[in-house]
Design a protein around this ligand. Structure first.
Ligand code: DX5
Ligand code: ZN
Length: 216
């Protein structure tokens, strides 16, 4: 049993409200919101006002993925905007600030997530495992939707699943990038229980069937 979090990066931004309802009607319980700053990643997307606007039109879990430098500067505002999960990148600040950022998110009653890019070794997450509600393993280089799934990230999930079993068994394991009907079973087999899907979800003809299959 897994959770699907459709990424609205692949939605029609002119019709965002309609597409949020498309996700809900298909049975998706979460919505993944990709925030990019043009510094941490070479792309710029959306920010705090859009998260706040989405909050007004949906009761789905808002899963906000911050691909921004020094997120500590903005997490309070993202929490206030209605995020349910707020995920930051380990590479985006100093270890001291990352610890503080996770603490700040949780202090607002929001679930804290921590992510690593494909090039970052999974062991780098170890000092933070007790401070997170979700770990996000990127299976593409963050920045763009529609890239190919990196299957060689799966050992990271296996390693995390084992570590978390003793340290923080409630912590969710999320994957993001290139998840489709072929790669979703591979992720679940490796231990992922939250699967982000952007282009494959929005391109699928039968979205309810897509959701059911990914969540199986
Ligand atoms: C990439 C984003 C992803 C993206 C995934 O930086 O974090 O959430 O939307 O898109 P797909 O599923 O198309 O790889
Ligand atoms: Zn994402």
């Amino acid at each position: 049993m897994a959770i699907i979090s459709p990424s609205i990066l692949s939605a029609d931004f002119v019709n965002l409200e309609r597409d949020i309802h498309v996700c809900k009607d298909a049975g998706a319980p979460w919505i993944h919101v990709d925030v990019m700053d043009g510094h941490f990643v070479p792309n710029i997307t959306i920010g705090i006002p859009v998260v706040a606007a989405l909050r007004k039109v949906t009761d789905l879990v808002l899963d906000v993925h911050l691909m921004i430098d020094r997120p500590i500067r903005y997490v309070d505002q993202f929490c206030a905007s209605g995020a349910d999960y707020l995920t930051v990148h380990l590479e985006a600040d100093t270890p001291e600030n990352i610890h503080q950022t996770l603490k700040n998110i949780r202090a607002k009653g929001v679930k804290a997530g921590l992510s690593i890019k494909p090039g970052t070794p999974v062991e780098a997450l170890e000092p933070y495992l007790g401070e997170c509600d979700m770990i996000l393993i990127m299976t593409v280089e963050p920045g763009f939707g529609g890239q190919s799934f990196m299957g060689d990230m799966m050992p990271k999930l296996v390693w995390l699943k084992e570590k978390l079993a003793s340290v923080n068994p409630e912590c969710l394991l999320q994957v993001d990038g290139g998840v489709d009907l072929r790669t979703a079973p591979v992720c679940k087999e490796a231990g992922a229980n939250v699967l982000v899907s952007g282009s494959a979800f929005f391109k699928s003809q039968d979205k309810a069937a897509f959701v059911a299959e990914v969540q199986k």
